[in-house]
Design a protein around this ligand. Structure first.
Ligand code: S3P
Length: 183
């Protein structure tokens, strides 16, 4: 894999469903004016159907393939100043975890299980949670994914009790420091 010689100044948001990636992404976009790239929206637009339908009709593997392929596309040289909001399961593939770190500063937005449950079970837009035991599924997936988020992220933000504005301004300070003193 080609590793870029200079780190692009993208800010990449990762984290479990309902952790606030889209809201914080919009806040960062307002603050910085960088282009906001919502990967799930792009996949839906290209497929011409919502993610629930992609899962139903084409299967989860097809969705994951589209996710990886879009990620590879985003890693091509281009606009190096974007806010990239990812889907919660993007860290599942080893290839994706490497690509994410090449893409820029990776921030893991972490939120407590109960907050995640409250936010996600209101909507039926997440195929992995359309089950009768959605709360158990959240517990299981969170346990499985936490080490992968931790491995991928440059920064973990505990969002408990913070507004999206507070999360965005805190992580921006860290991002500025990182871009001035890359690994
Ligand atoms: C998924 C999270 C969703 C979406 C898809 C799969 C996951 O995105 O990519 O339903 O595996 O956690 P959000 O994290 O934005 O809900």
């Amino acid at each position: 894999m080609n590793t870029p010689t200079t780190t692009p100044k993208n800010i990449v948001l990762i984290g479990f469903m309902g952790c606030g990636k889209s809201t914080v992404g919009r806040e960062l976009h307002k603050n910085l004016g960088y282009q906001l790239v919502d990967m799930d929206h792009i996949i839906e637009e290209r497929a011409g159907k919502p993610i629930t339908k992609i899962f139903q009709q084409d299967g989860e593997t097809a969705f994951r393939d589209q996710e990886s392929s879009l990620l590879r596309e985003l890693c091509q040289p281009g606009n190096p100043r974007r806010i990239i909001s990812t889907g919660g399961g993007i860290i599942g593939r080893h290839e994706n975890r490497e690509l994410l770190r090449n893409l820029g500063y990776v921030v893991w937005l972490n939120a407590p299980r109960d907050t995640i449950i409250k936010r996600t079970l209101k909507h039926k837009t997440r195929p992995l949670l359309n089950t009768s035991d959605a709360a158990d599924q959240i517990t299981r997936l969170m346990a499985e994914r936490h080490p992968l988020y931790a491995e991928t992220a440059h920064l973990e933000v505990d969002t408990t009790g913070l507004s999206s504005y507070e999360v965005a301004s805190g992580l921006l300070d860290c991002a500025r420091y990182y871009f001035n003193n890359p690994e």
